[in-house]
Design a protein around this ligand. Structure first.
Ligand code: AMP
Length: 396
């Protein structure tokens, strides 16, 4: 059975075709620059590469182009689009309503639309992706998998902000958390990998990529997470500031005659690693500059590590200890140097990194044999979670 997994952004559409018999990836691709000049599609299916540059004015055209690429007689991955049994969509914010993945109905679409206000950059294109699939293949089921669902187990003490409760009731203002599909996958996978029961486990998952978040996972459930109402809160990221004193927004707005929206935009797009280093939002560029002795690059590395260390300490406190610390995503999986900076001096907590084992980029334990806390690298696989959820839902 074939399932197509989609991640629709405002100007891009990433997709992956999976054969669920053996969970094999048949094709992967991306339509880029939707609605902008110079749209392209690039798809790989085994060693076959499909590339095309043609105008893609909207998401419906992007879906048609993707289906054309997938069924291309020479470079495609299937004969007919009827081979697709279901579409699985990443949707960023499912609010409080969606505690799990769900079959898309008109009512589900209406609720996703209601949450546009909570995720104005993400939910609208996510819904456009769903509607474009429905238009192209009206009889094929669509499943929505939400970034926020995994965090719906957080207790009120974690998800409420210390502002008048009126805002929670009236504006749904609360911590939602993101990267839930990734935190869910790696926290479950690490228990299988270590052969430990989920029940009773205290795990800190560190999803460190261009966007980063940490989650405290107790007994398999998210009980606190670093991202908040939006993905701006938490640790230092590629272009996002992470935590700030909120009065900073007012201070900059007043000093530089900017609107609140403009200041928040700066915090989202020009801050974090790029803002501190002045070099790049990509950790590889920062590392290269730091090796040359660039002080701002070193400061960016250190601030990133410092902000993550504070959350590890906090989540150990929240859970009354920690058994496993997991690193995942682009930086978490690949960057041994940053993992070393993050984990230094955690012996008091019983967590000791093994510098040799830490050289891995694959699924591995990277703590010393006598470390009470296991430190692990677990490559994330959000597409697989979306595909598995989609299959489970269409099979009832
Ligand atoms: P992500 O958002 O998960 O794709 O992660 C992006 C971040 O991970 C960037 O800062 C990259 O520098 C880093 N990254 C991704 N892949 C690698 C790699 N193979 N080696 C080192 N860093 C990587």
């Amino acid at each position: 059975m074939k399932i197509l997994i989609l991640n629709a952004g405002s100007s891009s559409l990433k997709y992956q075709l999976m054969d669920m018999d053996g969970e094999k990836i048949l094709a992967k691709g991306m339509v880029d620059r939707i609605g902008i000049d110079g749209s392209t599609i690039r798809q790989t299916a085994g060693d076959k590469v499909f590339k095309l540059k043609e105008p893609v004015p909207n998401h419906t055209d992007a879906i048609h182009l993707m289906l054309k690429a997938l069924t291309d007689p020479e470079k495609g991955a299937m004969k007919s689009m009827d081979e697709i049994s279901a579409f699985g969509h990443r949707v960023v914010n499912g609010g409080e309503r969606f505690t799990d993945s769900i079959l898309v109905t008109d009512e589900v679409k209406e609720t996703i639309r209601e949450y546009f206000v909570l995720a104005p950059l993400h939910n609208p294109p996510n819904l456009m992706g769903i509607e474009a699939c429905q238009e192209a293949m009206p009889d094929t089921p669509n499943v929505a998998v939400f970034d926020t669902s995994f965090h719906q187990t957080m207790p009120k003490v974690s998800f409420m902000y210390g502002v008048p409760q009126e805002y929670y009731k009236r504006l749904k203002l609360r911590r939602y958390g993101f990267h839930g599909t990734s935190h869910r996958y790696v926290s479950k996978r690490v228990c299988e990998f270590l052969g430990i029961p989920v029940e009773g486990s205290r795990i800190i998952t560190c999803h460190l990529g261009n966007g980063s978040s940490l989650t405290a996972v107790k007994d398999g459930k998210s009980i606190d997470t670093s991202m908040g109402l939006t993905p701006l809160e938490g640790v230092l990221m590629g272009t996002r500031s992470g935590n700030l004193d909120p009065a900073i927004v007012q201070y900059i707005a007043n000093s530089d005659n900017m609107t609140v929206n403009e200041v928040i935009d700066m915090c989202n797009k020009k801050s974090g690693l790029i803002g501190i280093s002045g070099i790049s939002s990509d950790m590889r560029d920062i590392d290269a500059a730091a090796e040359q002795g660039d002080e701002n690059a070193i400061l960016a590395q250190d601030m990133l590590a410092h902000s993550i260390r504070k959350y590890i300490g906090a989540y150990a406190a929240v859970m009354g200890g920690v058994d496993v610390i997991v690193f995942t995503a682009g930086i978490g999986e690949n960057n041994a140097h940053i993992r070393t900076k993050i984990m230094r001096g955690f012996e008091y907590l019983g967590a000791k990194l093994d510098l040799e084992k830490n050289k891995t980029r694959e699924e591995a334990v990277i703590s010393t044999d006598d470390s009470k806390v296991k430190i692990c690298v677990i490559p994330t696989n959000e597409e697989l979670v979306i595909a598995r959820d989609t299959l489970a839902i269409i099979q009832g």
